[in-house]
Design a protein around this ligand. Structure first.
Ligand code: CP
Ligand code: NVA
Length: 310
């Protein structure tokens, strides 16, 4: 395993299987209070540069950084010159002189790649249209806490083949989980990401994509869903409802999963669309633990990127 100190995390595939597993183990130890890394010689600053709304990612990154003894600068684009058209290449080089790490939430993956190209400090993907790697670290932590392991389990994602589905493909493959994606025609995952996940999984686990939601959920240990229209796709919301309604995670669908299956959702959720109120609040739901784990998983990741743990 290479050191994570100073690295960029633009995709979950930027971390090896061993590195992901190590971050999960650190996150679990930090949550239990068994590992308490702190900055000692100086107080570094994490910037949060967000082009889209956020509750969990913004607050969990901030709290994680405060708990490590660092500080945070919230850089919503509307309060920066980026919102008035300053090029990323210029903004990136300037922010690199002030900050110690930058978490970015934006639309195009290419934009965070440009930031990474022009910054020496670590750049972390806090959600793009392509991926949401930090969310999946928390998701895998939740699976590991619940089942004591990830390897060998089956993780089914139901819904839009979006940023969440992509990071789930890469993350599950990396930890040896079978991953099944059930998405309607026309809303499939990127074939490139599916191929990447299959290459990571190798002979260790299966990667399956299908339109058959019932087959995908059959015997699954984890059932996961996300909104049918992501940020930036709001205009398509109404048209998507009839297409996605057969993919709703409800009590009937959950009967097909393993008896001990858990339900996860990255949030925010639209009750009555991708998931019913009954399932969200039901005994299989681990959604609130999952949301809490954003803080622990990102704290572990930040501690590693700053070289506090290795
Ligand atoms: N799950 C997630 O990323 O939530 P926020 O959009 O509130 O950050
Ligand atoms: N797919 C959703 C995830 C939100 C955390 C979106 O991009 O809006």
């Amino acid at each position: 395993m290479g050191t994570l100190k100073g690295r960029d995390v633009l995709s979950l595939a930027d971390l090896s299987s061993a590195e992901i597993q190590q971050v999960l183990d650190w996150a679990i130890a930090m949550k239990k209070g068994e590992l308490n890394p702190r900055f000692t010689d100086r107080i570094p600053t994490l910037g949060l540069l967000f082009y889209k709304a956020s509750t969990r990612t913004r607050v969990s990154f901030s709290t994680a950084m405060f708990q490590l003894g660092g500080q945070v600068m919230d850089l919503n684009i509307n309060v920066t010159q980026i919102g008035r058209g300053e090029p990323i290449e210029d903004t990136a080089r300037v922010l690199d002189r002030y900050l110690d790490a930058l978490a970015i939430r934006t639309f195009a993956q290419a934009d965070i790649e440009t930031f990474a190209q022009y910054c020496k400090m670590p750049i972390v993907n806090a959600l793009t249209d392509l991926e949401h790697p930090c969310q999946v670290l928390a998701d895998l932590q939740t699976v590991q806490e619940n089942f004591g392991k990830c390897e060998g389990l089956t993780f089914t994602y139901v819904g839009d083949g979006n940023n969440m589905a992509h990071s789930i493909l890469l993350g599950c493959a990396a930890v040896g989980m079978n991953v099944r994606i059930a998405a309607p025609n026309g809303y499939e995952c990127s074939p490139d990401v599916v191929a990447q996940a299959k290459a990571i999984a190798g002979d260790r686990s299966q990667v399956i994509t299908t339109t058959d939601v019932w087959a995908a959920v059959e015997g699954a240990n984890v059932v996961y869903t996300d909104v049918w229209a992501s940020m930036g796709q709001e205009a398509e919301s109404d048209d998507r409802i009839p297409v996605f309604m057969p993919y709703q995670v409800n009590a009937e669908l959950m009967k097909n999963a393993d008896n001990d299956a858990i339900v996860l959702h990255c949030l925010p959720a639209h009750r009555g669309e991708e998931i019913t109120h009954e399932v969200m609040e039901g005994k299989r739901s681990r959604i609130w633990d999952q949301a809490e784990n954003r803080m622990h998983a990102q704290k572990a990741l930040l501690a590693a990127l700053f070289g506090l743990v290795q």
